[in-house]
Design a protein around this ligand. Structure first.
Ligand code: HSE
Length: 437
């Protein structure tokens, strides 16, 4: 145990150089805390000549192929920071596990797609597969679920798992700016993924949520069994309407156990202003875990960025240096239960509905009847002037916004289909779920 732990670092982007920074700044501290030194011995990246935040790479063995590095005798741990669910990232992680090397990765997409197979490989080889940095950057949510809550039955886990979306929604609300304008700023600040549709379409959140679901409920990771809606259709008018009714918009990832199975969903949601999750602003992330013995835990912090993400990568390396190894998803892989999906139509909750109603006698009565016929009860209503319309139409439109009491999603969809089919509205009704916290 006193020998140095030798790291092969695959990927030298923002997070990779963040790991080099942290090991350089805190090498002595880490050695004291782990009882041995941790040193990078090999690196691999797409281009060799690029500047890496001033780090001198000449002391490290260079590999063009990360999979070759993963099997080399010169490393004990592969740290995979390449990203992507296939290609070199998957190849080097699999090669490392097959060669009996520990793996630390920040790759949410890889785990979301191949988590169970990789867990089996790691268990078969008797090595660690650690991935704290894959979900919510610096927030220690993997350790919390995998270790600290090991004696709890978790009932719900949810959170704000994408900094880009939270930044966009916060700026729209606080500064009254349009979606496209704020997205551009998020890209300029480096929060967004290379393809921002991963962020705003909810896919990045989905990758992170399926990992949390598996840890929370002891089920196989299942990206096929998730409901995903992004934030791309949320308008400034929606945000102002919600605000005037005491709510804020957040893109949430939610996993909860119901009698019909597990709900695993990503969508914009209204949360009560003043609740802890509503106050999580800008590019911050937050995760809430409800355990039967622990009660509610609320974790908040930086979900992206070089140093916050490196902090979690280095913590995973320290666990390996100390000789700690826990089952990848908290249970031996063959004990993970098949995922049983609860249908979204069976979801019960409150809803925000925005309607661009035609401003003619009898339209409101038609809308009220459609809701009543489906057993949907209205909690509150506001009518706006044409300036708050969701569609760019003239003064013959009466924007109408309402909040429902808890109801079944199937009833909501049926009522809104009817309202549209009967021609009461000028555009498709907008329906957003309310998350009770
Ligand atoms: N694009 C991600 C975000 C980065 O905005 O949260 C971390 O996964």
């Amino acid at each position: 145990m006193n020998d140095s732990l030798r790291i092969g670092l695959a990927g030298l982007g923002t997070v990779g150089t963040g790991v080099l920074d942290e090991l350089a700044d805190h090498g002595g501290l880490i050695a004291d805390r782990c009882g041995r030194t941790v040193k990078v011995t090999a690196v691999s990246a797409r281009t060799r000549s690029k500047d890496r935040g001033g780090h001198d790479l000449t002391g490290f063995q260079w590999f063009d192929d990360p999979a070759e590095m993963a099997q080399s005798d010169g490393i004990d741990v592969l740290v995979e920071l390449i990203g992507g669910d296939e290609g070199p990232a998957r190849a080097c992680v699999e090669a490392a596990l097959k060669a009996g090397k520990h793996v630390v990765t920040a790759n949410k997409a890889l785990l979301a797609r191949h988590g169970v197979a990789l867990a089996k490989l790691a268990e078969g080889a008797g090595v660690a597969l650690n991935y704290e940095a894959a979900v919510a950057g610096a927030i220690p949510v993997i350790k919390t679920l995998r270790e600290n809550l090991a004696g709890n039955a978790v009932t719900r886990v949810f959170g704000i798992l994408n900094g880009t979306c939270n930044f966009i929604l916060t700026k729209m609300e606080n500064e009254g700016r349009d979606f496209a304008d704020v997205l551009k700023e998020a890209q300029d600040l480096g929060y967004a993924e290379a393809d921002p549709t991963f962020d705003i379409g909810g896919f990045d959140t989905a990758h992170k949520l399926v990992i949390l679901t598996s840890l929370a409920f002891g089920t196989e990771v299942s990206l096929e069994d998730i409901f995903i809606e992004g934030i791309e259709d949320i308008t400034l008018a929606d945000i102002r309407n919600a605000s005037s009714m005491g709510y804020k918009f957040k893109l949430l990832g939610v996993a909860n156990r119901t009698e019909d199975g597990i709900e695993q969903r990503v969508h914009p949601a209204l949360v009560r202003a003043g609740s802890p999750i509503a106050d999580v602003g800008d590019a911050f992330n937050a995760v809430v875990v409800e355990g039967d013995f622990s009660s509610t835990l609320f974790l908040e912090g930086r979900g992206a960025g070089g140093h916050p993400t490196a902090s979690s990568v280095v913590a995973d390396i320290c666990d390996i240096a100390r000789g700690s190894r826990v089952p990848v998803f908290g249970l031996p892989a063959d004990k993970l239960k098949p995922f049983r999906r609860a249908a979204m139509r069976a979801h019960a909750g409150g809803y925000y509905v925005a309607l661009d109603m035609l401003d003619r006698p009898g339209e409101l009565a038609g809308v009220a009847k459609a809701f009543a016929d489906e057993g949907v009860s209205i909690e509150s209503v506001i009518q706006r002037g044409p300036a708050m319309s969701r569609s760019k139409v003239g003064a013959d439109i009466a924007p109408f916004v309402l909040i429902t009491h808890d109801t079944l999603e199937s009833a909501m969809r049926a009522a809104l289909d009817k309202i549209e089919a009967q021609g009461h509205v000028a555009s498709r009704p907008r329906m957003v779920r309310i998350e009770r916290l």
